[in-house]
Design a protein around this ligand. Sequence first.
Ligand SMILES: Nc1ncnc2c1ncn2[C@@H]1O[C@H](COP(=O)(O)OP(=O)(O)OP(=O)(O)O)[C@@H](O)[C@H]1O
Ligand SMILES: [Mg+2]
Length: 180
Amino acid sequence: MKEISLHILDIMQNSVTANADLIELIVIEDEENDILSFSVKDNGKGMSEELLASVTDPFTTGRTTRKVGLGIPLLKHACELTGGGISIKSKLGEGTLITASFVYSNIDRQPLGNMSETMHQLITSFEDVDFIYSHKVGDKEFFVDTREFKKILGGVSFKENSVSLWILEYLKEGEAELYN
Ligand SMILES: Nc1ncnc2c1ncn2[C@@H]1O[C@H](COP(=O)(O)OP(=O)(O)OP(=O)(O)O)[C@@H](O)[C@H]1O
Ligand SMILES: [Mg+2]
Protein backbone atom coordinates (compact mmCIF):
# COMPACT_ATOMS: atom_id res chain seq x y z
CA MET A 1 0.00 0.00 0.00
CA LYS A 2 1.30 3.41 -0.93
CA GLU A 3 -0.54 5.59 1.55
CA ILE A 4 -1.45 5.42 5.22
CA SER A 5 -5.01 6.50 4.40
CA LEU A 6 -5.49 3.21 2.55
CA HIS A 7 -4.50 1.30 5.68
CA ILE A 8 -6.94 3.45 7.63
CA LEU A 9 -9.68 2.62 5.14
CA ASP A 10 -8.95 -1.08 5.47
CA ILE A 11 -8.88 -1.02 9.28
CA MET A 12 -12.14 0.94 9.41
CA GLN A 13 -13.76 -1.45 6.94
CA ASN A 14 -12.84 -4.25 9.35
CA SER A 15 -14.81 -2.37 12.02
CA VAL A 16 -17.82 -2.06 9.71
CA THR A 17 -17.61 -5.79 8.91
CA ALA A 18 -17.52 -6.46 12.66
CA ASN A 19 -20.92 -4.73 12.87
CA ALA A 20 -19.75 -1.65 14.70
CA ASP A 21 -22.19 1.25 14.66
CA LEU A 22 -19.76 3.73 16.18
CA ILE A 23 -16.21 4.04 14.91
CA GLU A 24 -13.74 6.58 16.23
CA LEU A 25 -10.63 7.52 14.27
CA ILE A 26 -7.88 9.70 15.69
CA VAL A 27 -4.96 10.73 13.48
CA ILE A 28 -2.05 12.55 15.08
CA GLU A 29 0.81 14.14 13.17
CA ASP A 30 3.31 15.03 15.86
CA GLU A 31 6.39 16.22 14.07
CA GLU A 32 7.93 17.49 17.28
CA ASN A 33 8.05 13.98 18.74
CA ASP A 34 8.66 12.45 15.33
CA ILE A 35 5.50 10.31 15.41
CA LEU A 36 2.58 9.90 13.08
CA SER A 37 -0.07 7.70 14.65
CA PHE A 38 -3.66 6.69 14.17
CA SER A 39 -6.10 4.74 16.23
CA VAL A 40 -9.42 3.15 15.33
CA LYS A 41 -11.81 2.26 18.10
CA ASP A 42 -15.04 0.42 17.40
CA ASN A 43 -17.95 -1.13 19.27
CA GLY A 44 -18.17 -4.13 16.96
CA LYS A 45 -18.18 -7.80 17.85
CA GLY A 46 -14.55 -7.94 18.96
CA MET A 47 -12.07 -10.78 18.59
CA SER A 48 -11.43 -13.93 20.57
CA GLU A 49 -7.98 -14.27 22.10
CA GLU A 50 -7.17 -16.94 19.58
CA LEU A 51 -8.11 -14.76 16.61
CA LEU A 52 -6.31 -11.81 18.12
CA ALA A 53 -3.12 -13.86 18.37
CA SER A 54 -3.39 -15.01 14.77
CA VAL A 55 -4.05 -11.57 13.29
CA THR A 56 -1.14 -9.93 15.05
CA ASP A 57 1.33 -12.69 14.27
CA PRO A 58 -0.05 -14.44 11.21
CA PHE A 59 3.08 -16.01 9.81
CA THR A 60 4.51 -17.76 12.86
CA THR A 61 2.31 -20.84 12.78
CA GLY A 62 3.70 -22.01 9.47
CA ARG A 63 0.29 -23.31 8.54
CA THR A 64 -1.24 -22.40 5.22
CA THR A 65 -4.80 -22.74 6.45
CA ARG A 66 -5.01 -19.24 7.86
CA LYS A 67 -8.40 -17.80 7.06
CA VAL A 68 -7.73 -14.22 7.96
CA GLY A 69 -6.65 -11.62 5.44
CA LEU A 70 -3.74 -9.27 5.06
CA GLY A 71 -5.06 -5.91 6.17
CA ILE A 72 -3.57 -5.98 9.64
CA PRO A 73 -0.27 -7.72 8.71
CA LEU A 74 0.32 -5.15 5.94
CA LEU A 75 -0.26 -2.30 8.37
CA LYS A 76 2.03 -3.91 10.93
CA HIS A 77 4.73 -4.29 8.30
CA ALA A 78 4.42 -0.68 7.14
CA CYS A 79 4.70 0.59 10.73
CA GLU A 80 7.65 -1.63 11.60
CA LEU A 81 9.54 -0.58 8.46
CA THR A 82 9.74 2.91 9.97
CA GLY A 83 10.62 1.76 13.48
CA GLY A 84 7.03 2.00 14.73
CA GLY A 85 4.46 -0.70 15.39
CA ILE A 86 0.85 -1.60 16.09
CA SER A 87 -1.10 -2.59 19.14
CA ILE A 88 -4.50 -4.26 19.21
CA LYS A 89 -6.85 -4.52 22.13
CA SER A 90 -10.06 -6.41 21.62
CA LYS A 91 -12.79 -8.00 23.69
CA LEU A 92 -15.49 -10.27 22.35
CA GLY A 93 -18.84 -8.54 22.43
CA GLU A 94 -17.29 -5.18 23.34
CA GLY A 95 -15.11 -3.92 20.53
CA THR A 96 -11.65 -3.34 19.25
CA LEU A 97 -8.97 -0.67 19.50
CA ILE A 98 -6.15 -0.67 16.99
CA THR A 99 -3.30 1.80 17.30
CA ALA A 100 -0.64 2.20 14.63
CA SER A 101 2.44 4.37 14.89
CA PHE A 102 5.03 5.39 12.35
CA VAL A 103 8.30 7.24 12.84
CA TYR A 104 7.45 10.51 11.12
CA SER A 105 10.84 11.33 9.63
CA ASN A 106 11.71 7.79 8.52
CA ILE A 107 12.40 7.54 4.81
CA ASP A 108 10.12 4.52 4.56
CA ARG A 109 7.11 6.24 6.11
CA GLN A 110 4.29 6.36 3.62
CA PRO A 111 2.56 9.69 3.05
CA LEU A 112 -0.70 10.06 4.96
CA GLY A 113 -2.70 10.33 1.75
CA ASN A 114 -6.06 11.96 1.21
CA MET A 115 -7.97 11.95 4.50
CA SER A 116 -10.92 14.01 3.26
CA GLU A 117 -11.65 11.53 0.48
CA THR A 118 -11.11 8.57 2.79
CA MET A 119 -13.56 9.90 5.38
CA HIS A 120 -16.02 10.97 2.71
CA GLN A 121 -16.01 7.49 1.24
CA LEU A 122 -16.64 5.86 4.63
CA ILE A 123 -19.29 8.34 5.75
CA THR A 124 -21.32 8.11 2.54
CA SER A 125 -20.89 4.34 2.06
CA PHE A 126 -21.89 3.33 5.58
CA GLU A 127 -24.66 5.69 6.56
CA ASP A 128 -25.87 3.56 9.45
CA VAL A 129 -22.48 3.80 11.11
CA ASP A 130 -21.61 6.88 13.15
CA PHE A 131 -18.09 8.17 12.72
CA ILE A 132 -16.05 10.32 15.02
CA TYR A 133 -12.94 11.71 13.37
CA SER A 134 -10.21 13.77 14.94
CA HIS A 135 -7.13 14.85 13.01
CA LYS A 136 -4.41 16.67 14.92
CA VAL A 137 -1.45 18.35 13.29
CA GLY A 138 0.79 19.99 15.88
CA ASP A 139 -1.48 22.26 17.94
CA LYS A 140 -4.33 22.24 15.44
CA GLU A 141 -7.29 19.87 15.41
CA PHE A 142 -10.07 19.11 12.96
CA PHE A 143 -12.98 17.25 14.50
CA VAL A 144 -16.04 15.66 12.94
CA ASP A 145 -18.91 13.71 14.47
CA THR A 146 -21.39 12.43 11.88
CA ARG A 147 -24.14 12.33 14.52
CA GLU A 148 -24.04 16.13 14.32
CA PHE A 149 -24.52 15.95 10.54
CA LYS A 150 -27.50 13.63 11.05
CA LYS A 151 -29.12 16.08 13.49
CA ILE A 152 -28.77 18.94 11.02
CA LEU A 153 -29.96 16.90 8.04
CA GLY A 154 -32.99 15.45 9.81
CA GLY A 155 -33.17 12.24 7.82
CA VAL A 156 -31.82 13.38 4.46
CA SER A 157 -29.39 10.79 3.10
CA PHE A 158 -25.62 11.37 2.97
CA LYS A 159 -25.84 9.85 -0.49
CA GLU A 160 -28.01 12.74 -1.69
CA ASN A 161 -25.79 14.51 -4.23
CA SER A 162 -25.79 17.96 -2.67
CA VAL A 163 -25.30 16.54 0.82
CA SER A 164 -22.48 14.28 -0.30
CA LEU A 165 -20.75 17.22 -1.97
CA TRP A 166 -21.25 19.40 1.08
CA ILE A 167 -19.67 16.76 3.31
CA LEU A 168 -16.69 16.46 0.96
CA GLU A 169 -16.17 20.23 0.88
CA TYR A 170 -16.48 20.42 4.66
CA LEU A 171 -13.84 17.73 5.07
CA LYS A 172 -11.53 19.30 2.49
CA GLU A 173 -11.72 22.72 4.14
CA GLY A 174 -11.14 21.26 7.60
CA GLU A 175 -8.15 19.29 6.42
CA ALA A 176 -6.68 22.26 4.55
CA GLU A 177 -6.93 24.44 7.70
CA LEU A 178 -4.65 22.00 9.52
CA TYR A 179 -1.76 22.79 7.23
CA ASN A 180 -2.20 26.57 7.06
N1 LIG B 1 -12.29 -4.32 14.24
C1 LIG B 1 -12.41 -5.65 14.22
N2 LIG B 1 -13.36 -6.27 14.96
C2 LIG B 1 -13.49 -7.61 14.95
N3 LIG B 1 -12.70 -8.44 14.24
C3 LIG B 1 -11.73 -7.90 13.48
C4 LIG B 1 -11.53 -6.48 13.43
N4 LIG B 1 -10.49 -6.23 12.62
C5 LIG B 1 -10.07 -7.42 12.17
N5 LIG B 1 -10.81 -8.42 12.68
C6 LIG B 1 -10.64 -9.86 12.44
O1 LIG B 1 -9.32 -10.04 12.02
C7 LIG B 1 -9.31 -10.65 10.72
C8 LIG B 1 -8.12 -10.12 9.95
O2 LIG B 1 -8.30 -8.79 9.53
P1 LIG B 1 -7.48 -8.29 8.29
O3 LIG B 1 -7.87 -6.88 7.98
O4 LIG B 1 -6.05 -8.55 8.55
O5 LIG B 1 -7.95 -9.24 7.14
P2 LIG B 1 -9.39 -9.36 6.45
O6 LIG B 1 -10.20 -8.14 6.75
O7 LIG B 1 -9.95 -10.68 6.85
O8 LIG B 1 -9.02 -9.41 4.93
P3 LIG B 1 -8.43 -8.20 4.03
O9 LIG B 1 -8.25 -7.01 4.93
O10 LIG B 1 -7.15 -8.72 3.51
O11 LIG B 1 -9.47 -7.99 3.01
C9 LIG B 1 -10.66 -10.32 10.13
O12 LIG B 1 -11.04 -11.28 9.18
C10 LIG B 1 -11.55 -10.36 11.35
O13 LIG B 1 -11.90 -11.69 11.66
MG1 LIG C 1 -9.35 -6.14 6.52
